[in-house]
Write a new protein. Sequence first.
Length: 180
Amino acid sequence: MKVAFFIIICIFFLFTKQSCYSSTNEFIELNEEKCSTLRRDDMLKLPLVYQEYLGFVKICSLKKKDSDEKWRTSLISIWAHDYLRSKGDASRWKDFPAPILIDSKFKEVGKLPELYPMDWVTHLLVSYGKWHAGGPGEIRVDISNPAVTGDYYYAPLEWNMEKRKYEMKSQEPITGKRPK
């Protein structure tokens, strides 16, 4: 009887996309709609190259759930397409500064290889997990690319405890979809 009950519960969780076994290694996909425009006073804490994009720089907290008050790592990126539309020349692409990862004191702790949420034609899917000491131990960057060359991904950004930064072993993109 207990086995049948367990199987029914697992089937329920399977259909509701839940796991029967909770893991600290689960990955959460960053939702670009939950990112917020950076305030002017916080913009001053960023490198100067971001200053001209006031109103188009957003911050995205990398936390386990929305109710988490405290965050340790966030992503800062320029919404480039919105910026270009506001200038009336959406077809003229610029060399935008790379997105950065910051800690709660706005100290840079890593960089993404391409603009989030969209580079020129590619769309970035950022996920994070492998939790350690309240923060993500690994950040993954997968690229949805409509061009003939197709989708690709990068080696994960991994937290280096000694350097207190996220590091990517290789900046070379890997063709195809990330293996599960």
